[in-house]
Each structure stands twice: as C-alpha cells, then as structure tokens.
Design a protein around this ligand. Sequence first.
Ligand code: CP
Ligand code: NVA
Length: 309
Amino acid sequence: MRHFINIKNISSKDLRKILNDAKKRKYKRKNYSSLEIDKGAPLKGKLLIQMFEKSSLRTRISFFLAIRQLGGSALTLRPDELHFSKGGEKISDTAKVISVYADAFMLRTDNDSKLDEIYKHIKIPLINGLSPSSHPSQILSDIFTIEEIKKKKISKLNICWIGDCNNVLNSLIEASVKFSFKLNIGCPKKYGPSTNILKWSKENKAKLKIFYNPKLAIKNSDVIITDKVVSMNDRVNKKKKKVHFEKFKINKQLIKLAKDNAIFLHCLPRGDEVSDDVFLGKNSKVWTQASNRVHVQKSILLYCLEKLR
Ligand code: CP
Ligand code: NVA
C-alpha cells in the first residue's frame, strides 16, 4: 500500500513510472467513451471514497472517471453530511471507519493537519486532492501534459511560474527537484515562496530562480504556468493582494517574451491573473491539461494500490 500525499515523498523512479503508465493507458483509450473500462479492469471491485471540504469541479470528476475506467467505483462525500469536522467524531475514528469500507481515500482538505491526522490512522491509501500547502495530483498531471505536447522530457525545458506562490507552486517546486527541471518564478517581492519550501528546495538543490519582474522571469520560457492570485484558503484582503499582482498579469505583451512555441497552462478556476486572449489563445493548452487529469490519476490510483505495471 502506498500513499500519494506530496510529490517530495515519492521517488523520481515511481513518479516516472506513473507518467509512463498514464501515457500507455491514454493511448490505448483513443476511441473509448468516458465510462468504458480499460482492458483487464485492473481495479475491478475497488471503491474510492473521495471527500471535498472545498469546492471542486475537475478533481471531483477526474477521480470519479479514473476509478470507473479502471473498473472500480467512487463514492463522493461532503463533510457536512458526516460527523467529520463538526466535532461529532474524531478524525482518527473517521479514518479507521473509511478504511474498513473502501480501498482508497482521496481528500481535499482546508487544513493540512487533517491530512496528517488521517494519514496517521488510515489503513488504505490516502491521496491528497489539494490542501492549503500542496496540489500534487495537479502538478504530476501537468508534467504529463507538458511532456506530451512538447514531446520532450521536462528536464530539457525552461518552466516558468508567474503569479502567487501558493499550494500549486509548492508542488511544482517539489516536482522540479524530482524531475530535475529549471524553474523561474515571477512574483511580487511581498508574495514569494514560503520559507519552508525555500529551505527544502535549497537542501534539495532545486534549479530555482526568483524574479520580482515578470519580464525577466518569462524570458526564453517553454512553458508558462499560473494560478489564481487568491486561493480558496487565502485569508487575505483580496483587493489589496490583487493590486500587487497587476504587473504580473499574463497578457499578449508578456507572453511574447517567452519562446515562440511556448505553451500556457492554468489548473483552473481562473481569475484576473491571465487575459482572455492568452487563456483562449494559441499558446493555451488548458483543456488538454484538464482532460489529462483523468489519465494521470488512474496511474496514481494504480500506484497506490500496487497495480502499476
Ligand atoms: N484544478 C483543480 O483542482 O480544479 P478543481 O478545484 O475544480 O478540482
Ligand atoms: N490555488 C488554488 C488551486 C485551485 C485548484 C486554490 O487552492 O484555491
């Protein structure tokens, strides 16, 4: 049994194995419809319970499709339907009960300590479907998308993140170490990466450069990634924060400084951090990015349930 909680805790070899499996499975499904089951139904009879403490469109649907396409089933829960998080039941008890009913548990939480507490007590694989500090399934899937479109290993590409230094970026930084790629970050000085992630990236020799000028960050990039300025867990004055990011908006002028064939990615949902013409323009690969979540998460489930070929 294996968990999928953070990219930094998974070996580069296993992460690569997940991506290779996703590539093969995606190819084999070319003419399949959404709920057609992969040959061999490798997760036949398995149940994934997924619970969302925060809103979700993509993660919810893509994990549902992932388990179904592998021959298993999903049950999606909302915390307000349970005793969880209202004080009626200890998190440790919830974790143990879920373990007796299901084969894997995916949690999107509003608090990293809940993920830690579940991890301590759960007896089945635990998958992090976004926490305030990370979004590992998103980033692993984005690496798949980048390599698929660029037809190159990510280690041969210049990756650039422009925007808020949030949970998605933390996972990207972890991935930059595991997959050994160069990562430029463009952000306002006041909103740089957290001390924790900077310490970790230093200790692990991340090829990270931070720029407080978006034009310098984006220069010569193959891939530009961004995310909302205000995340679901951000307890800030939204208006004030957004002012600091005005110069960091990804628009046509800014993206011209990247390589001609650069691609633009955004995990969605979006806000004001990108102009419509870039988001919907020729560089944008956001729909492929969203659809690839299914393929990569299937291989994450197989990894967790020790069924990866
Ligand atoms: N990108 C992503 O995780 O989207 P949702 O919040 O809709 O799941
Ligand atoms: N950083 C965003 C990602 C949403 C998928 C958030 O946490 O709200």
